[in-house]
Design a protein around this ligand. Structure first.
Ligand code: EPU
Length: 424
């Protein structure tokens, strides 16, 4: 088995290029199911989740070519081979359920495995299904699968009025993709406002869709007959950006993050500034430096534009090294404190009370052998490993490969002592 070994305690200094966004690229890739034309996607990060999505799309019938660089793909679906997303792939990656809307809208049927629970919560897909029913789909749950079809007499999905009971990123994406080629107009209320939703809408509009309001909580879609191919570049990864900003802060170093967009992570930048980190932003880069003490700052996770749940574990690692205490409240997922017992192994002082955790910062921490539980939890262990003296060994690194392109290389180039090792 592979593990990551870190000899920590060195401030990071240097430049880190930010990759394309995983959570934008995954739904964007499924758009190839909505057209029969050539679909080119650039700035796609080289990650395990992207490979899982490639396998899923290939088994639906997509031919996928890597273009001149490893981050650009051409995807084309001439004939659909299968409308089934099997358990083996959906179980590996929940974002597989994003094929549901496109398959249903373009081919009138889809059979997608129910994803089941995961390390951060139960994560049902009931809002996705209700939204598709509002667009006229017939849905049955059978033997662990969602079987969805458009009734014969209806021909294709029809526009409808969707009101999400609470904010869902994937649900908004599935509904938006399905409605783009439905008959008539759709309104999505209480829509997610994440930048990944806007990126998806921008790409759909270039393909000929008529979507307005994406990025706000009300999205209006005028259904069109069909969509054409496109050449599109994925937006920068705001969570990777935030993670490396914290890497600079937690090691008390200086990093310049390039190929990114500071507007995507205002809540994180604000929290960092309040904690005492110096941040300068320009159009496509962020400079992070530390000359003052870092103090405890409370945060609460919220849907965009609030503080992202995908940055909660990293913030907790930083707060474990701060002067003073901080309270973190997780409002999106019910079980997203799996990293706490692992952070405690470094000597961190953290107590969980229901949805909140109190962290009392300390400089008396040291490297430890720890276990990764999910993607963002894993990277919080890397961050604390980089900050603390001694050796940290992180087991189950496959979680990191799902979401951080070239993690060791990027960190090493800024002075980190980090390597992948084989352990029994
Ligand atoms: N929810 C329901 N029913 C639904 C859908 C969602 O109850 O039908 C609940 C979820 O259980 C959760 C909340 O609503 O408590 C929000 O879930 P959402 O649907 O917004 O999450 P998602 O689309 O499954 C995406 C990201 C996650 C990120 C969340 C929240 C992708 C591929 N994944 O998940 O990213 O945490 O939005 O911002 O875009 C990660 O990258 O590490 C990651 C987990």
């Amino acid at each position: 088995m592979q593990a990551i070994q870190i000899h920590g305690g060195t401030p990071l200094n240097g430049i880190i290029p930010i990759s394309g966004s995983k959570n934008a690229a995954l739904p964007l890739m499924t758009l190839c199911l909505l057209t029969n034309e050539r679909f080119v996607l650039r700035n796609v990060p080289d990650l395990a989740d992207i490979n899982t999505m490639k396998s899923l799309l290939e088994q639906h019938g997509a031919s996928i070519k890597t273009l001149e660089d490893k981050n650009s793909y051409e995807l084309k679906v001439e004939n659909l081979i299968s409308s089934e997303a099997p358990y083996d792939l959906v179980r590996k990656m929940r974002a597989s359920v994003l094929v549901l809307g496109p398959l249903l809208a373009k081919y009138g049927k889809a059979k997608v495995s129910l994803p089941g629970g995961c390390a951060i919560g139960t994560r049902p897909i009931d809002f996705h299904l209700k939204a598709l029913e509002t667009l006229g789909a017939e849905i049955n749950l059978k033997s662990g699968y969602v079987e969805a079809k458009v009734p014969k007499h209806q021909g294709r999905l029809r526009g409808g009025h969707i009101v999400f009971p609470s904010i869902t990123v994937g649900g908004t994406e599935n509904a938006m993709m399905a409605a783009s080629i439905a008959k008539g107009n759709t309104i999505i209320e209480n829509a997610a406002r994440e930048p990944e939703i806007l990126d998806l809408a921008n790409c759909l509009n270039l393909m000929g869709a008529k979507i307005s309001g994406a990025g706000s909580s009300v999205i209006r879609i005028e259904g069109v007959e069909g969509l054409s191919g496109v050449n599109y570049s994925v937006l920068p990864d705001r969570i990777e950006t935030g993670t490396y900003a914290i890497a600079a802060a937690i090691t008390r170093g200086n990093l310049k993050l390039i190929n990114t967009d500071p507007n995507l992570l205002e809540a994180v930048i604000t929290a960092l500034r309040i904690s005492g980190v110096d941040i300068e932003v320009s159009d496509r880069s962020i400079d992070i430096s530390t000359s003052r003490k870092i103090k405890g700052v409370d945060i609460q996770t919220e849907p965009y534009p609030g503080f992202p749940t995908d940055m909660q574990a990293q913030w907790m690692a930083l707060m474990a090294t701060a002067d003073g205490a901080a309270m973190l409240t997780e409002t999106i997922f019910e079980n997203r404190f799996m990293h706490v017992p692992e952070l405690v192994r470094f000597g961190a002082n953290i107590n969980v009370h229901g949805k909140s955790a109190i962290i009392r910062g300390s400089r008396d921490l040291s490297g430890a052998p720890v276990m990764a539980t999910d993607l963002r939890a894993s990277v919080s262990l890397v961050l604390l490993g980089l900050a603390t003296h001694g050796t940290t060994i992180i087991n189950r690194v496959y979680h990191l490969d799902r979401g951080y392109e070239g993690l060791e290389k990027k960190l090493e180039s800024c002075g980190a002592s980090i390597e992948r090792i084989s352990i029994k």
